[in-house]
Write a protein that binds this ligand. Structure first.
Ligand code: PLP
Length: 438
């Protein structure tokens, strides 16, 4: 036996893999909360990123299961095509641009797509095909941590820009400067946004902010190859008008490739199905073909083919009129229940003068604090679990029972004050969000 392999000093792992964290901090917090609840404590767990009923059961949409049972076993059991079944891809493209823009037909005809393992898979394919190893994607300073995990795992990185300006609005200036810097350093850029209902802040860009973003992307695209990805994980939970980004597609697509990470996870409350898609809108036909080939190659080079039962069932939900209207109605019920929580949260948080971005809908909201770890620890001592980040804590309203929201908000106030954060006068907090919506 090779002595080197028996000593403590040598690992079989390569250097890059040797110190990987084995646990996800959010899952660890969730486990701790569950253990305390099982031991009889009155625990409020606002860490879980899935939509739950007030009684703690996972929300499901029954029509989805009818769609599953309508799929013939011999089709479900067969391999899916590597890029995904064409009817699924057409349905996803239609769903992405669909009724939401006057130019839907044009965008659909200029788009290609592949099926992916959730939105996560779509992000993976975007990162490996639109950035070289060593380069960095550009996103907001608050972002879903797996962006960094996927980037690091594929030997890329993440760079961020300040998300909000002094008025609490999206910081267009910081975005423009960072994009310019990315391009001057790398000769290309991949921008990753997650609106509406951004995780973790809950923020949705308004039409004026989207217009600003689209102009910046178009101008940057004149100087270098720019890919702009919008991660639509929570898009269906936004309020009316929050998907107005599609009205600015034409501007961005003039010079940039527009990518969409589409996901069935939240849209159909099917987190475990692992169904998603990467959609790419490119004006030039040759470029479209190259992109279609590249992202299909990435499917083969990762999972080969996605879950066929899931693809076929989700296709039915998108194209079968009866199933679609049922599932849309079921989702509308969930959105209404979540909307009621958002309303209670805003009322309570505003009355206590808490500092947080405009929040109109979606699974999460974040509150600013000078010391998030201390805020979270103070709240845990009271049995309330939220997720600390740099400069803010994330609250999952999606899994917080409505009657528990006043307790949650009161604990947030104490946690933020313990960290040296000062609640604003309620009227100041309202003004700030009032400005933000204008
Ligand atoms: C911001 C964001 N993007 C993408 C995803 C990907 O989800 P999935 O891979 O289940 O589609 C999630 C899931 O939590 C998310 O929060």
């Amino acid at each position: 036996m090779n002595d080197a392999l028996t000593t403590d000093r040598i690992s079989h792992l390569i250097d890059a893999a040797i110190d990987r964290p084995g646990d996800d901090p959010i899952f660890s917090l969730n486990n701790e909360a569950k253990a305390r609840a099982a031991a009889g404590e009155d625990i409020l767990n606002a860490t879980i990123g899935a939509l739950m009923e007030d009684d703690g059961r996972l929300c499901v949409m029954p029509a989805v299961f009818d769609a599953y049972s309508s799929v013939p076993p011999s089709k479900a059991a067969a391999y899916a095509p590597i890029a995904g079944d064409p009817p699924f891809l057409r349905a996803v493209i239609e769903d992405t641009f669909g009724s939401r823009t006057s130019d839907a037909g044009t965008f659909a005809s200029r788009s290609v797509a592949v099926a992916t393992a959730g939105g996560t898979g779509a992000l993976h394919h975007a990162i490996v095909n639109f950035l070289d190893p060593g380069q960095a994607l550009l996103t907001t300073e608050y972002y879903w941590t797996p962006y960094k995990i996927i980037a690091n795992h594929t030997r890329r990185a993440v760079e961020t820009f300040e998300m909000f300006d002094d008025a609490g609005r999206f910081n267009l200036k910081a975005f423009e400067e960072s994009l310019t810097w990315s391009i001057s350093r790398q000769g290309r850029a991949l921008v990753v946004f997650n609106f509406p209902c951004h995780n973790p802040t809950g923020y949705s860009l308004d039409d004026e902010e989207w217009a600003g973003v689209a102009n910046i992307v178009r101008e940057a695209g004149r100087r270098a190859p720019v890919a702009f990805l919008n991660d639509l994980a929570y898009a269906r939970y936004g309020v009316d008008g929050s998907e107005s980004w599609t009205e600015h597609l034409e501007t961005m697509a003039e010079t940039a490739v527009v990518l969409v990470a589409w996901s069935a996870s939240k849209t159909f409350a099917q987190y475990g199905a692992r169904i998603g898609a990467l959609v790419a809108l490119a004006a030039d036909a040759d470029e479209r073909e190259r992109i279609a080939n590249a992202i299909s190659f990435s499917c083969r080079g990762t999972w080969s083919n996605c879950n066929h039962l899931g693809i076929l069932a989700i296709t039915e939900l998108l194209i079968n009129a009866e199933l679609r209207s049922r599932v849309d109605a079921e989702r509308a019920g969930l959105i209404e229940a979540l909307g009621a929580r958002v309303e209670v949260f805003n009322r309570e948080a505003e009355s206590l003068g808490l500092d947080y971005p405009r929040y109109e809908g979606g699974f999460f909201v974040s509150l600013f604090t000078p010391d998030a770890e201390l805020t979270a620890a103070t709240m845990r001592a009271e049995g309330v679990y939220i997720v600390p980040m740099k400069g803010a804590v994330r609250v999952a309203l999606c899994s917080t029972p409505t009657p528990a929201i006043p307790r949650l908000v009161a604990a947030l106030k104490r946690g933020i004050e313990a960290a040296g954060g000062v609640a604003q006068a309620a009227s100041d907090a309202n003004d700030k969000r009032g400005n933000a919506t204008s």
